[in-house]
Design a protein around this ligand. Structure first.
Ligand code: SF4
Ligand code: SF4
Length: 480
């Protein structure tokens, strides 16, 4: 059965570029260079967040653009991830280091959830956004962790089971408009090699090399045929098998599958961005990671507005402690516990499982993270280029410093955040309706089934807008 969708890989020029063997490398190199400049500037430059490439690139630009690109296209940040350039080095180290199976108990998303929670805590407690030095070490630590994990365990382990950033991208790309799919399911059924998963070695059959002065005629008669490898096309490193893919979970958009498939049967197809939210019933670990990202996104934004500081001050008085870690931990735990309880309660009220209903949160989570990150991007986007130029100047290049561009008025950002939140609310209402209608036929029962998640979606959207309406710390920008 042929796929009846627009395939990005068939779009002239863009498709040819994406299918090209070195397209990923071309996307990775600029980000690698940026990471190197950020580390140099972070370790040696001025330790002021808006004036340093490390803090601006990581906390303003990466965060600002990631949600936008996920919503418009898909997981391009994983596709362009410079950490994967450590693969060459990890292949080398694999010769000397013990090769281990990744423990079965860890082949899930619980570790990722724990690391993401740890990151949210550390981000606030250590003010990561304010320290170029720590940010530079964070970038270096990330490269070292990816290199170590892929040197000891099968490649792809880091992306799939360890990397909080990659899994954040996987989660938010559940609302992306593109997905890897098989072009023709029948071709996959007949395909014996499953090359998209296993990889493929392209070979050429030829005669054995001629020794001495033999004529072509003698060669054809006497020399045996031999098969030579002419190209290696790795399969999916996160163990996805194209004909069974139904979501963007674990897909880094590396496009290995496209190049490995000898039947040209892989599409990067456009899809309804709500398809995954309506149809998927993820595993329990992935479900909880998605619930965590929903409420963690609101918590992350909440920690930057005055009510958070008022709450911390009140707690400090009530408990008689000024221990910042304890107060932060209490607020985080309380906030997340409340969010988890509301979500579980809504699922219980439908008499369905959390796994079946978690898709309602996808658009809402994208709006919460996207609206928040957009704020930081809009208040600090003009600082990146001047900081890079300053780093080059300190490195000895004969350049002139650049002035920072004008800072946008903050009141232009809020209406956009509200618009995005309303859009997500409308999308979640549609998902709720489709989920209920897929389960029931009676109109009255459908409405009753919808109610708990309609209320939850309204609560989440109201909290989101209330947070956006507060004066938020413009971290990493000149407004700071
Ligand atoms: S996508 Fe290509 S390699 Fe994978 S099963 Fe289908 S035909 Fe085979
Ligand atoms: S090889 Fe796997 S991770 Fe890469 S694009 Fe294909 S499905 Fe996605």
């Amino acid at each position: 059965m042929l796929l009846n969708r627009l395939d990005v890989l068939r779009v002239p020029l863009l498709g040819a570029f994406l299918r090209w063997r070195y397209s990923r490398f071309v996307l990775q190199v600029p980000l690698l260079l940026l990471a190197m400049i950020a580390v140099f500037d972070g370790l040696t430059g001025r330790q002021l967040a808006p004036s340093n490439t490390a803090t601006v690139a990581v906390w303003v630009h990466y965060r600002g653009l990631v949600a936008l690109i996920l919503a418009i296209f898909g997981n391009l940040f994983c596709a362009a991830c410079p950490l994967m350039l450590t693969r060459g080095a990890s292949k080398f180290f694999k010769r000397f280091l013990p090769q281990l199976e990744y423990p079965k108990a860890l082949r899930n998303k619980w570790l990722v959830l724990g690391l993401t929670a740890l990151f949210l805590f550390s981000y606030e407690f250590f003010d990561l956004w304010a320290s170029p030095f720590i940010t530079a070490w964070l970038i270096l630590g990330y490269f070292i962790a990816a290199l170590l994990a892929d040197s000891i365990f099968p490649v792809g382990t880091f992306c799939q089971y360890i990397c909080p950033l990659g899994n954040f991208n996987f989660a938010l790309s559940s609302s992306s408009p593109s997905q890897i799919m098989a072009r023709d399911a029948d071709v996959c059924t007949a395909c014996e090699g499953k090359y998209c998963l296993n990889g493929r070695i392209e070979t050429r059959t030829t005669r054995a090399p001629v020794l001495g002065n033999r004529s072509e005629h003698v060669l054809l008669q006497l020399e045996p045929l031999q098969t030579l490898p002419v190209g290696t096309f790795p399969g999916c490193e996160t163990n996805l098998f194209v004909p069974t893919i139904s979501s963007n979970e674990d897909c880094t958009l590396c496009l290995n599958c496209v190049r490995a498939c000898p039947h040209d049967n892989v599409a990067l197809a456009l899809r309804n961005p709500l398809q995954e939210a309506i149809l998927e019933k993820p595993k329990i670990d992935w479900t909880w990671f998605l619930v965590f990202l929903m409420w963690g996104g609101l918590l992350n934004a909440f920690a930057m507005i005055p009510p958070y500081y008022a709450l911390a001050a009140w707690l400090s008085t009530v408990l008689g402690t000024r221990n910042e870690a304890l107060l932060l931990l209490l607020i985080m735990t309380g906030f997340l516990a409340l969010g988890f309880a509301l979500t579980v309660l809504a699922a219980r009220a439908t008499r369905g499982s959390l796994r079946a209903w978690v898709g309602v949160l996808y658009p809402l989570a994208l709006a919460a993270w996207g609206g928040h990150y957009l704020f930081h991007f809009m208040t600090g986007y003009s600082t990146l280029l001047p900081n890079i130029v300053n780093a080059f100047i300190r490195g000895g290049l004969p350049l002139e410093p650049l002035p920072s561009a004008a800072i946008p008025r903050l009141d232009t950002i809020f209406p956009f955040q509200v618009f995005v939140t309303y859009l997500a609310l409308a999308a979640s209402f549609y998902v709720i309706y489709r989920k209920a209608a897929n389960q029931e036929t009676d109109a009255r029962v459908i409405v009753l089934k919808m109610l708990p998640f309609l209320i939850l979606a309204l609560i989440i959207s109201t909290i989101t807008i209330l947070i956006f309406a507060q004066p938020m710390q413009a971290r990493g920008s000149l407004l700071q």
